[in-house]
Ligand binder design. Structure first.
Ligand SMILES: *Cc1c(COP(=O)(O)O)cnc(C)c1O
Length: 227
């Protein structure tokens, strides 16, 4: 995987930071602002929530925070990370259904549309932007159009794409996307981040199954304190 950590990044890590301190809070805010800008947001519609842990922690945080407990997720899989998203839903004990395309084919708009038409209970779709394990760049723009034409919501795992492959929210609609600091961004290992619509995050209060992975709580506390 693209897990390069530049020498300049490692060098910057030699300094110890205090999470309470103003310079660290300013750096956290600057990182979030830059990630939101990278997602193409100019209107303040999107917010960024950093999440401690590896990328998987951030994926679980996104699914647990944005999918209501009575929601149902259509998981689009064509490799290990799609299947892991389905397994995460199983751990969360929330309803889900799976389109598994194996290791060679992308999920296409027409079959996603047909599945949504056949099951009005599906509230959300999770798509893997670049399925790292099979190397497939999935057609997220096509999937997004089909999802929103049917009034459902899209979540994207862009772990190994964001920062290298365009995911401009003005061109591809989504409620939230997740990526990690040290894949294409080539930053400090050890945290991921979710870029989400502010309104969706505000509405997600109380959804999460987990204290440590509750993106709404993480965001609300950071808004209040900068920490
Ligand atoms: C790497 C990756 C993950 C998981 O990230 P970890 O940091 O290994 O936990 C999830 N989804 C995709 C598409 C990935 O490439």
């Amino acid at each position: 995987g693209p897990l390069t950590t530049a020498f300049s990044t490692k060098e910057a890590m030699l300094k110890d930071w205090g999470s309470w301190d103003a310079d660290f809070r300013a750096m956290t805010k600057s990182i979030c602002d830059q990630l939101v800008a990278l997602a193409g947001d100019t209107s303040g519609e999107l917010v960024c929530v950093p999440m401690q842990g590896s990328g998987t922690f951030a994926v679980e945080a996104m699914l647990g925070t944005f999918v209501p407990r009575d929601g149902k997720v259509l998981v689009l899989a064509n490799g290990a990370y799609g299947l892991r998203a389905a397994e995460t839903m199983r751990y969360l004990g929330r309803a889900h259904t799976l389109i598994d395309k194996g290791d060679y084919m992308p999920p296409r708009g027409d079959e996603v549309g047909a599945t949504l038409d056949a099951d009005p209970g599906i509230t959300h779709v999770i798509a893997i932007h670049c399925e790292t394990s099979s190397g497939i760049l999935n057609p997220v723009a096509e999937i997004s159009e089909v999802v929103y034409a049917r009034g459902r919501k899209l979540l994207i795992d862009s772990m190994s794409a964001f920062g290298a492959i365009d995911l401009d929210v003005n061109r591809i609609r989504y409620e939230a996307m997740v990526s990690s600091a040290n894949k294409c961004i080539e930053g400090v290992p050890g945290f991921g981040f979710v870029v989400a619509r502010r309104s969706e995050l505000e509405a997600a209060r109380g959804n999460s199954h987990s204290l440590a992975l509750d993106l709404h709580a993480q965001w609300a506390y950071m808004e209040k304190t900068g920490q």
